[in-house]
Each structure stands twice: as structure tokens, then as C-alpha cells.
Ligand binder design. Structure first.
Ligand code: HEM
Length: 438
């Protein structure tokens, strides 16, 4: 099969085969036979492909690999312990390169440091079309994909999967816009009270609120417009299996823009950097480098406090009068408080999504004695995060370094001088629009 035909096969045929196999209408063998006989034999050597062709093939064969791996592990006793065996006998090209070695060659050919398996980047960012984030007339982020067919590849051809992938990519695009606004502030030249710096922080806050709105709107949609929780748990997540013991399956936890935001804004979780480094194999090289660089720097609130001469460690013990005086003296603290609070609220809404689509229904299954899925557990995320850990992350974001300012910043206080006076220059920030444009 030539590359365009393979692309069409992954869009049209693979989902049908997966559906039929999951319903026990066809044996998994039908899929591996098709791969063996029709799909893989004519594939070119990775070094013959351009980087873009290799990216597209990584996406397409990522869906193929995940399907083969899932069906094998689900049907073979002990299959979870020997994931590589799923690919035995599958080979690509006239040279008959074993599937996993061929996939590794493709991943290397992309020049991105992509993992030697499917990933968040291939399933979400490369797979879904271009997402654009606009603030009124202004485009503040564009996140392209690697296809120009306006389609989203899925495991089983359901709109639920398409909706989920689109939601995650939209979220990432909004987060990219936030980080693009904030990252330039990480320099010794930043004048924190300057109109430009304040505008960046307030615009970032509006965008983080828009991220939260995306989460809330998805949760409020009827299942046929989002994804039914059973489909998420029993169909979708079950494709996030290991290809090799210990590798990192795709997960929202690999959304690099969210990780960057945590390091820019700060998060009081001991060993958070260690936790994030554990996920590095699932991230692209430039994502790893960007995170390493942010991890080595002070957070933006720390830089700001140091430049303004504000002792963050003193805040928890400060009285209301002192806090009010401080904010009156440095009104920009209120803007940063708003941003950190919006960040925590967005985390809270994401936690709600994880509960609604995963943890709560699984608790109901447990209570009804229905147990868990044997392949990918629904008691934790695909990289192993539990509900308790997600709650801990959310709590840590809520307990941000400026949280002690809360009593000085509550709504009534803001109505009074001096805050309302110094903040009367509140910008009009245009409404946010997040669109899948192709
Ligand atoms: C219905 C929608 C969603 C559900 C059910 C959901 C569920 C989950 C679960 C179960 C985890 C733990 C993952 C693991 O162990 O690897 C997780 C983590 C994560 N997800 Fe989602 N997620 C959803 C949407 C999103 C979206 C749209 C984004 C990006 C904008 C996102 C970003 C993240 C991040 C960054 C983490 C790491 C944990 C954290 O930083 O709080 N998720 N999600």
C-alpha cells in the first residue's frame, strides 16, 4: 500500500476492524492478516521519507500499533506482561523490517525525538487539524496538525473519540497562548508594574478562564456531543497499552503546555520535577529541553516578588492591614493573585472532568461488584495518576504563594480604595474564541 492509501485505510478500515474485533464479530487475526498482506509490505524505508511524511506515518502506524497491542493483550493470558509479542511476525516494507523497529526508524526520521511508540503528540497534536485561538480580532495561538484533510484519525471511528481529541488539542492551544504571554516575563528586564507586563498577566488570566470554560462546556454537553463515560473507560482508554514494559502510554499528563505553566507559575509539590522527568520518554526532545530550562529557573511569582522586594514567606503570618497596605503599594500583586487563582480553578474543573468520566463511574462499578478492566485500569490514569494524586495537584495549585493575600483581595475589599483606584485601568479584553479551522 502506498502512503495515501494507507492513510485512507487507517481512517476508514481500521476503525471498522477494531469495532468488529471488540464485538467479537471478527478475530484479531483478520487485522494482523490485513496488515501483513496489504498494509505493510510496500512501505518505504524510513530514510526515504521526508520528516513530514514520517510524522504522518507515525500517527497512522501509531493507531495500528495500539490496535494490534490492545487486541493481543486483551485476548492472550499473560499478554500484558509480554507486550512486544503482539508485534511478532509483523514486518514492514520489502526489507521485512520488524514492526517495532520500523516504527522506531520512522519516529527517529521525524527529527523530533518522538518515542518509539504512539504518544500524546502523535495522537493529539499531529493528528487533529489546526486549532486557532483568537482574542477578538487577534490570533494568539495557532497549533497546526500534520494532515491537511480536515479529518481526525480514531481507534473506532466514533464522534466521541473525535470530540475528545479535539477538546484536548483546543485546551493545549489555549495553554500555548497563555505560555506565550507569560514566558517573555522571565527576564531580569521585566518591569512588573508596567502596562505591558500587567496586560500580559491579565490577558493570560482571561485565557486560563477560557480553558476552564472549555472543560466546563465539555462536561455539560450531552454524551452524544462529548463522549459517553463508558466509551472513554471501556473503548478509548483500553488502547493506551504498553508496547514495551515500562514505556509511557499516551495521556493528557503529557500536555507539555500544562507542564510548562506549572513551572512558570510554581506548584508546591515536592519532587514535582522528578515526577515530570519520569514522563520524559513520552515527550518530544524540544519539550523536554523547554521543561528542563523552566525547572532550572525561579518561577514568575518568585521573580516578581524578589524584584518588588516582597517577602513571600512572610505573607501567611501577615495581618489584614499589612496585606492591604502591601497590595495598595504593589497593585500588580492583585493581577498575579487573579492569574494563580484562575490556574487553580482550571485545575479544579479538570479534576471534575476526570471524576465525571472516570473515577466516579469506576467507583460505582466497584460498589456494584463489577470490578475493573483487566487491561488498562480505570482506577488510575494511563501514566498511573490516581484520583488522590490529581486532588493533591489541584490543592497545591490552590495553595499558591499569593493565596495568603485572599483576605485583602476579596470582592468587597476590591470595591474600596485604594484598590479600585489603582486598578481602574482594567483592560477591556476581547472574548476568546477557540476553533478547529481545518
Ligand atoms: C473528558 C476530558 C478529560 C478527562 C476525563 C481527563 C482525565 C485525566 C486523567 C484520568 C488524568 C490522569 C492521567 C494519567 O495518569 O496519566 C489526567 C491528567 C491530566 N490531564 Fe486530563 N482529562 C480530560 C481532559 C483534559 C484536557 C482537555 C487537557 C488539556 C487541556 C488535559 C490535561 C491533563 C493534564 C495536564 C494532566 C496531568 C495532571 C495535572 O496536571 O493536573 N486533560 N486527565
Amino acid at each position: 500500500m502506498a502512503l495515501p492509501q494507507l492513510g485512507a485505510w487507517v481512517l476508514e478500515e481500521l476503525p471498522k476492524l477494531n469495532q468488529a474485533i471488540l464485538r467479537d464479530v471478527l478475530a484479531p487475526r483478520v487485522l494482523t492478516d490485513a496488515l501483513h498482506e496489504v498494509v505493510l509490505p510496500d512501505l518505504p524505508l524510513p530514510e526515504r521519507l521526508s520528516a513530514e511524511e514520517a510524522q504522518r506515518l507515525v500517527v497512522n502506524l501509531g493507531f495500528v500499533g495500539a490496535s494490534v497491542a490492545r487486541h493481543y493483550q486483551e485476548r492472550t493470558p499473560g499478554g500484558k506482561e509480554t507486550p512486544e509479542r503482539a508485534f511478532e511476525g509483523l514486518a514492514a516494507g520489502t526489507e521485512q523490517i520488524p514492526f517495532q523497529r520500523y516504527f522506531a526508524g520512522l519516529a527517529d526520521r521525524t527529527g523530533t525525538g518522538h518515542d518509539h511508540r504512539d504518544s500524546y503528540a502523535s495522537l493529539v497534536r499531529w493528528n487533529v487539524g489546526t486549532v486557532e485561538v483568537r482574542l477578538g480580532e487577534r490570533t494568539v495561538a495557532v497549533l497546526p496538525g500534520v494532515f491537511d484533510d480536515g479529518r481526525t484519525r480514531t481507534y473506532t471511528g466514533t464522534t466521541g473519540e473525535e470530540n475528545f481529541f479535539a477538546l484536548v488539542k483546543k485546551g493545549e492551544a489555549v495553554e500555548r497562548a497563555v505560555n506565550d504571554l507569560l514566558e517573555p516575563l522571565a527576564t531580569p528586564e521585566t518591569r512588573w508594574a508596567s502596562p505591558e507586563a500587567v496586560s500580559r498577566v491579565r490577558t493570560a488570566t482571561v485565557l486560563v478562564d477560557a480553558l476552564r470554560d472549555l472543560f466546563l462546556e465539555f462536561a455539560a454537553l450531552p454524551p452524544e456531543k462529548s463522549m459517553p463515560p463508558e466509551q472513554f473507560m471501556d473503548v478509548f482508554r483500553q488502547f493506551a497499552v504498553h508496547w514495551k514494559p515500562g514505556d509511557i502510554p499516551p495521556s493528557g499528563a503529557l500536555d507539555v503546555e500544562a507542564l510548562k505553566r506549572d513551572f512558570l507559575l510554581g506548584i508546591a509539590i515536592p519532587d514535582y520535577a522528578t515526577h515530570v522527568r519520569r514522563l520524559f520518554p513520552g515527550l518530544l526532545s524540544e519539550e523536554q529541553a523547554a521543561l528542563e530550562s523552566l525547572m532550572a529557573q525561579p518561577t514568575l511569582p518568585q521573580r516578581m516578588a524578589a524584584d518588588l522586594g516582597v517577602d513571600l514567606d512572610r505573607l501567611p503570618a501577615s495581618g489584614l492591614t499589612e496585606l492591604r497596605r502591601l497590595v495598595g503599594h504593589h497593585p500588580v500583586l492583585a493581577d498575579w493573585y487573579d492569574l494563580l487563582t484562575a490556574h487553580a480553578r482550571a485545575a479544579g474543573s479538570h479534576l471534575m472532568l476526570s471524576k465525571k468520566f472516570l473515577f466516579k463511574p469506576q467507583r460505582q462499578r466497584d460498589a456494584a461488584g463489577l470490578g475493573d478492566r483487566p487491561l488498562v485500569s480505570n482506577r488510575s490514569g494511563t501514566t498511573g495518576m490516581t484520583e488522590t494524586y490529581l486532588e493533591r495537584l489541584t490543592r497545591a495549585r490552590r495553595q499558591h504563594v499569593l493565596a495568603p493575600l485572599r483576605p485583602a483581595l476579596d470582592a468587597e475589599v476590591r470595591e474600596d480604595a485604594p484598590l479600585s483606584a489603582v486598578r481602574s485601568d482594567l483592560l477591556e479584553i476581547a472574548p476568546v474564541e477557540v476553533r478547529l479551522v481545518s
